[in-house]
Design a protein around this ligand. Structure first.
Ligand code: GDP
Length: 438
């Protein structure tokens, strides 16, 4: 999906605008200032066009941090979005923070829309018009709270929005798109450097590829791969506050462009909440998943503490990563390059599963057998029956079950488990939807 990013300083109404675009109030929860929010990407639709909205407003800095925070938002948006909405509070006018961002936005070749928010009625229109002088073109007056002007804005924005994300479009049939994810210091840039190695390909020489400075084409296992958003990996951003938020912003945006994610974990460190959060973002995005356990060179020594760590690691994987037991795991050392060749078969496996389709006849035979062998438990004297099922889509495999009642989550998990037992789906999430016919 094409990505539309919303940037602007705190309190200009970014969240209100996101809510308005999504058409549902509860989508963006009100957070206490300074508290980070994991979820930054939302699926939206306007007049039949589907797109992703990236809300950069999840982290509200203190007064001192505002300039840097807004600069970071804009930087991520400029790199990763297809279209940028820059929101200014028309009742306040442009502040020095705004002007700084404006300078960045003027330089990008991506479409930028200047949104003059809080124009609640016609009396405020002149304030919006005053924003012409920012040099970002026509200000679009809206009231995110009341909805005024938002339809016109979306019409204008979608006219300039590509149907598929720019990266995706140029790469249909081209190298598959991989996102390297993980918390800081797990070895993402080491992995990228080792993988890219001497075999670096000049992107310009490749037919059908556009030069996108945030991506890198890498030859691995006789194949080309497009590693997306590598700029974010190569550049080390040091931020005292908000670093987690901007990391998750990047993670979500990179996932939009990727087909498969390699989540890198550091085997010398306990698996952390942050690791699990990143994996959950991958699951939510529906992308294929490979887990790369890095720094194995550190545990391959006979010292007692390393032997202990190996045992703990096994236990942590069982406990914290049970919900992604289907993801291929590779034990690597980005530093020495050891077992790095194992990454390619894992990526191929995950992508094959992601693309896998089960014919309707076979799937229904599976469902019939499953129901006969293990019927849904009775609920309130009734038993929900599965009438028919079909695979509605791939990437990730998505199934629809037509039923006579709501299936318990436990039963849906059981269906998933059996599907995996029978068909593998190694490396991909599976989605099971229900259509209940009463
Ligand atoms: P990033 O923040 O995830 O990109 O992590 P870096 O690639 O910058 O790596 C962080 C630190 O871990 C650096 O000091 C690397 O040299 C080190 N490192 C990365 N991979 C390995 C590895 O496989 N083995 C060892 N021993 N150190 C590693």
């Amino acid at each position: 999906l094409p990505v539309i990013a919303i940037v602007g300083r705190p309190n200009v109404g970014k969240s209100a605008l996101v809510n308005r675009i999504l058409g549902r109030r509860e989508a963006v929860v009100e957070d206490t200032p300074g508290v980070t929010r994991d979820r930054v990407t939302y699926k939206a639709e306007w007049l039949g066009r589907r797109f992703s909205v990236v809300d950069t407003g999840g982290w509200e800095p203190d007064a001192k941090g505002i300039d840097r925070s807004v600069a970071m938002q804009s930087e991520v948006a400029i790199e990763l979005a297809d279209v940028i909405l820059f929101v200014v509070d028309a009742t306040v006018g442009a502040t020095s923070t705004d002007e700084h961002v404006v300078r960045m936005l003027r330089k990008t070749s991506k479409p930028v829309f200047l949104v003059a928010n809080k124009v609640d009625d016609a009396r405020h229109e002149p304030e919006a018009a005053a924003l012409w002088n920012l040099g970002l073109g026509e200000p679009h007056p809206v009231s995110a709270i009341h909805g005024r002007g938002v339809a016109d804005l979306l019409d204008a924005v979608l006219e300039k929005t590509p149907d598929v994300s720019a990266v995706a479009k140029h790469e249909i049939g081209g190298p598959r798109r991989v996102a390297i994810l993980g918390r800081p210091n797990v070895g993402k840039s080491s992995l990228l450097n080792k993988a890219a190695g001497e075999e670096r390909v000049v992107v310009n020489d490749l037919a059908g590829t556009t030069r996108d400075p945030v991506d890198e084409i890498v030859e691995l296992g006789d194949k080309l791969w497009r590693f997306v958003d590598t700029a974010g990996i190569r550049r080390r951003v040091h931020m005292a506050q908000g670093a987690d938020f901007y990391a998750s912003l990047r993670t979500s945006a990179a996932l939009e462009k990727a087909e498969v994610a390699v989540v890198v974990l550091d085997v010398t460190q306990p698996i952390s909440e942050q690791d699990v959060r990143i994996i959950d973002l991958v699951l939510e995005s529906g992308r294929a998943l490979v887990l790369a356990f890095n720094k194995w060179d550190m545990l391959d020594t006979p010292e007692m503490e390393n032997q202990d760590r190996r045992r703990y690691l096994e236990r942590e994987i069982e406990q914290d990563l049970a919900h992604v037991a289907w993801a291929p795991r590779v034990n690597i050392s980005a530093k020495t390059g050891r077992r790095l060749d194992k990454l390619v078969p894992a990526l191929e496996q995950a992508l094959d599963s992601w693309d896998q389709r089960i014919p309707t006849g076979k799937f229904n035979a599976f469902v019939t057998e499953l129901v006969a062998e293990h019927p849904h438990p009775l609920r309130g004297g009734k038993q929900p029956r599965i009438l028919f099922g079909t695979q509605a889509g791939t990437r990730p495999p998505t199934f629809v079950l037509f039923t006579t009642g709501f299936l318990d989550p436990g039963y849906r998990r059981f269906v998933q488990r059996r599907l995996r037992e029978l068909y593998g789906f190694e490396g991909t999430p599976i989605v099971i939807n229900m259509r209940v016919r009463e």
